[in-house]
Design a protein around this ligand. Structure first.
Ligand code: DQA
Length: 158
């Protein structure tokens, strides 16, 4: 008899917001040519090196992002989040993330601070442990590494 063990690695939430499903095609001069599937695979590799797995969710809807955060509250150990334009508008996502009691790394492919003024404010930054912006797709890998460092240090303190 073959017994299939349920996967037991702790999970990291990789959450992407509106229009990021179009990565690779959408304004490549700003966001690059790497697709979201490629980015998710890069995050999975980074997580696997630390014995973690990823839960990758993308939604074009504010409520979809909020539901994903609620679902992840007790079943993930940290999150890498690019909320796209909701970064700059969503008090509701900010409130949901306040109920998420694990480290959050905010990531942006572009550097919103070097762009239009409307992109300078972030509702995520006040609840994020770190922010990576302007490093393109590689920023997600950096964000994952920072998250893993934070989780490892938290464990070392126990
Ligand atoms: C973005 C920056 C946001 O201002 C924009 O609305 C996005 C993508 C980024 O990754 O650079 O959709 O979050």
């Amino acid at each position: 008899m073959t017994i299939v063990e349920p996967h037991t690695e702790p999970e990291i939430l990789i959450l992407n917001g509106p229009n990021l499903n179009l990565l690779g095609e959408r304004e490549p001069e700003i966001y690059g040519r790497t697709t979201l599937a490629d980015i998710e695979a890069m995050c999975a590799d980074t997580a696997a090196e630390a014995g973690l797995s990823v839960r990758c969710i993308q939604s074009n809807h504010e409520g979809g992002l909020i539901d994903a955060v609620h679902d992840a509250r007790h079943s993930t150990v940290g999150a890498v989040i690019n909320a796209g334009a909701y970064t700059h508008t969503s008090l509701a996502l900010h409130d949901a993330l306040k109920s998420y009691d694990h480290p959050i790394i905010e990531v942006h492919l572009s550097n919103p601070h070097a762009r239009e003024a409307v992109r300078h404010h972030s509702y995520l930054s006040p609840v994020a442990a770190a922010v990576i912006a302007g490093a393109g797709a590689q920023g997600y890998v950096h964000a994952g590494e920072i998250l893993i460092d934070l989780l490892t240090n938290a464990k070392a303190k126990l």
